[in-house]
Write a protein that binds this ligand. Sequence first.
Ligand SMILES: Nc1ncnc2c1ncn2[C@@H]1O[C@H](COP(=O)(O)OP(=O)(O)O)[C@@H](O)[C@H]1O
Ligand SMILES: [Mg+2]
Length: 152
Amino acid sequence: MNRYKKRVDSPDETMEFAKRLGTLLQAGDVITLEGDLGAGKTHFTKGLAKGLGVKRIVNSPTFTIIKEYEGRLPLYHMDVYRLDEDGEEDIGLYEYFYGEGITVIEWASKISEQLPAKRLDITIRHAGSEKRHLLFEPQSEHFEQLCKELVE
Ligand SMILES: Nc1ncnc2c1ncn2[C@@H]1O[C@H](COP(=O)(O)OP(=O)(O)O)[C@@H](O)[C@H]1O
Ligand SMILES: [Mg+2]
């Protein structure tokens, strides 16, 4: 699979880009978000939610681990930072991953063993105060096509 890169220069640009991704997603899609604290993972998810037609305000699920939203498809927004790496806490992640909704997982590397094989991995890196590098690593043909459409 190829890797795709996109430079964004402002929070609005990230929002618009993520929104466009949200409009292209299909039932069952799983997206991981990596990046330091404050990189913009939650901000990106807010844009993606807009693209999915979510009307409610999307906030960080840091303390609840999972938040669900209603949109064109259901959105399951996870922040697994606080989950044990050995995956002993069974909170039924599989039901989300293999369900009909869209799953977005912040800090997904914490549960790398439990992630589905077919997913889109996104890494956000700081590149100046409001600049960010978005790196897309599709892990399936479906996401490869989607990245081509989105980034090129
Ligand atoms: N280009 C950008 N893309 C996304 N967020 C940005 C950008 N520039 C500045 N920011 C700011 O960085 C912060 C990112 O916070 P957040 O999305 O909560 O990060 P994370 O979830 O990765 O910890 C927000 O306050 C956002 O406004
Ligand atoms: Mg966050």
